[in-house]
Design a protein around this ligand. Sequence first.
Ligand SMILES: Cc1cc2nc3c(=O)[nH]c(=O)nc-3n(C[C@H](O)[C@H](O)[C@H](O)COP(=O)(O)O)c2cc1C
Length: 187
Amino acid sequence: METLLICYASRDGQAAKIAGRIAARRIGGVVQCCDLSRRQPAAAELAGAGAVVVIAAVRYGRHLPEAEHFLQREAAMLKRKPLAIASVNLSARKPGRHGAEGNAYLRRWLARHALQPALATAFAGRLDYPRYRWFDRLMIRLIMAMSGGPTDPAAVVEYTDWAAVDAFADALGRLGERAGDAQRPRM
Ligand SMILES: Cc1cc2nc3c(=O)[nH]c(=O)nc-3n(C[C@H](O)[C@H](O)[C@H](O)COP(=O)(O)O)c2cc1C
């Protein structure tokens, strides 16, 4: 079975948790995880992957810089691979904000890197006011007030739809299988 390389960028742990859930779901398959804040994948690791998934959290309107760096650095290689992209943000907690049409972060992300991945989605992340520094807490409360979300400074809400994450993981499995079929010589 093809190796799935999961590259993720996370600050508060939710994108990492999503990456872990996808890795665990891939029963019997080979999975390599790469925390982009610690290291960028080696060229051989990337070349050997049957499919690549990039998962990155949004902070103040931008995906985390290590994910941006990875996509810029490996643009050429990633265009030759089955690729899947997942943006993690709080905008996606609302209905209709999972696809590129409804989620501006995801749409702009794909456009910025001229990506045409086989799968692209936005997952709702986690709101955790007690964890945030005072300035971030203030800013997120303002954003939540404007978008109809919780503003209680004690609020902790995990919005992630785990069934959607599992469905994404299953679709990834099928992607890897198709890529493997295409690479196998026909008899
Ligand atoms: C400082 C900060 C800024 C954020 N900015 C945005 C934002 O601009 N838009 C949004 O939808 N979510 C925003 N979020 C929500 C995060 O995307 C969400 O909490 C996500 O789960 C973070 O992923 P992580 O836990 O992997 O870091 C922000 C969160 C923090 C703490």
